[in-house]
Design a protein around this ligand. Structure first.
Ligand code: ATP
Ligand code: MG
Length: 416
């Protein structure tokens, strides 16, 4: 029986992997421009970390986690990047380093969700985090990095939606107002939303259930309940974005809806994605480090979906340059030539060239045919006869010319 790939996952074949490599390089270069250093945390963590760090009233924690037990320990494949970084930041006492701490990562994420366009069970995120500052300059920098990265790829028509979801101080009053608004329809809410009514009513606004959506219409908005501190912070952020010339729209419907997510929430939306239109989402989490057991440390960051980003590039017709496969193919005829070919391949590779040689034991004609398909810029043909003269044939595959050349001149010739 054939064993198929698990639903919701994808192979990234060589015909696609160069795109990922190209994208990852762009990411690393951009992160470096802003002073972010890479952090690598494990693929799985104690389940408890995600329950606390993402929130046990969220869809991700309630329905989407790949959780398994080993030796009576509950572990979970990471569904997002922030929680693991926060755990590591605390455990390694990185709050004692000069602040801000600025970290980035490129990771696979795992969520048990329904497969759709732009929605997989294993997908990839580029994420960044800044720890240690409440200043909105950090939020502006996080947003600017995403904006410059995405527009720098040539993506147009992106929309940036921003919101403030307040802080534990101002959320209390808002919560009551929201509960009072929803209470008359309590019985008609979905079971999930009923469960969130007391603990975390803001999440009801994010529900995908049509009834929940209907009863949420016209609900009070967090942005109208901000305390002075949160309102001023939001004004600061807008001033910074204006100064940077980054266009945005205030969207009071963006919610994160957990006590440790505070103030800034934002999304980058593309109309090239269909229903799953958000390519990047992020915001501030001033109480998350405390929630996970560390000292009070404010933070802000984003997660960007790389599959969705590639979908946008494709829809926009933005081509990722395909690297040539190989510089030189070495074809040989005869036993002595074969050995000489092996040595030549070795020495050219040692000098940095990308070299293919026949490992199939094919005849010369078949080797040359393969050389043609290999994308090699040059083919070196070595025959026993020529070896006696100390020369080989160097064929320029692009200009279809060829000449005899001494073996020790090949490297110089192909790098000219
Ligand atoms: P959505 O509303 O699409 O479910 P989300 O709020 O669950 O998104 P986040 O947790 O903020 O998403 O993750 C950040 C980004 O990761 C998203 O904006 C999206 O680009 C990407 N992403 C999230 N879930 C998936 C998935 N199942 N498949 C592919 N990409 C995803
Ligand atoms: Mg989701």
């Amino acid at each position: 029986m054939i064993i198929n790939i698990p639903k919701g996952t994808k192979d990234i074949l060589p015909s696609e992997s160069y795109k990922w490599q190209w994208l990852e390089k762009r990411i690393r270069d951009t992160a470096a421009q802003y002073g972010f250093k890479e952090i690598r945390t494990p693929m799985f963590e104690h389940t408890e970390l995600f329950a606390r760090g993402i929130g046990d009233t969220t869809d991700v924690v309630q329905k989407e986690m790949y959780t398994f037990e080993i030796a009576e320990r509950s572990l979970t494949l990471k569904p997002e990047g922030t929680a693991g970084v926060v755990r590591s930041y605390i455990e390694n006492k990185m709050y004692a380093d000069p602040q801000p701490g600025k970290y980035y990562y490129i990771i696979p994420c795992f969520r048990y969700e329904k497969m759709q366009k732009g929605r997989q069970r294993q997908f990839h995120q580029f994420g960044i985090e800044i720890f240690g500052t409440e200043n909105m300059m950090a939020d502006a920098e996080v947003i600017a990095l995403a904006w410059n990265f995405l527009t720098g790829l040539g993506i147009t028509g992106l929309k940036l939606h921003i919101n403030s979801i307040g802080c534990p101080k101002c959320r209390g009053e808002y919560r009551k107002a929201l509960q009072n608004f929803l209470r008359p329809h309590y019985d008609e809410l979905s079971e999930t939303s009923k469960g969130r009514f007391e603990k975390n009513p803001m999440r009801i606004l994010d529900s995908k259930d049509p009834d929940d959506k209907k009863f949420s219409e016209g609900a009070p908005r967090m942005i109208d309940y901000l305390c002075d501190e949160c309102r001023n912070a939001f004004e600061d952020l807008k001033t910074d974005l204006d100064a940077l010339g980054i266009p945005y729209e205030v969207d009071p419907n963006i919610v994160r809806g957990l006590d440790y997510y505070t103030k800034t929430a934002f999304e980058f939306i593309s109309d090239d994605l269909g229903a799953q239109s958000t390519v990047c989402g992020g915001g501030r989490y001033d109480h998350l480090v405390e929630e996970v057991g560390g000292p009070y440390t404010p933070g802000v960051g984003f997660g960007m979906g790389l599959e969705r980003l590639l979908l946008i590039l494709e829809a926009k017709g933005i081509e990722i340059p395909k690297p040539s496969d190989c510089d030189v193919f070495i074809a040989t005829l005869g036993d002595r030539a074969k050995l000489e070919g092996l040595k030549l391949a070795d020495s050219l590779r040692a000098k940095g060239s990308r070299v293919l040689t026949d490992v199939m034991g094919r005849g010369l004609k078949a080797q040359l045919k393969y050389a043609d398909r290999s994308g090699a810029g040059y083919t070196v043909v070595i025959g026993d006869d020529e070896l006696d003269k100390g020369v080989v044939t160097l064929r320029d595959m692009i200009n279809s010319t060829q000449k005899e050349i001494r073996i020790d001149e090949i490297d110089e010739e192909i790098h000219r």
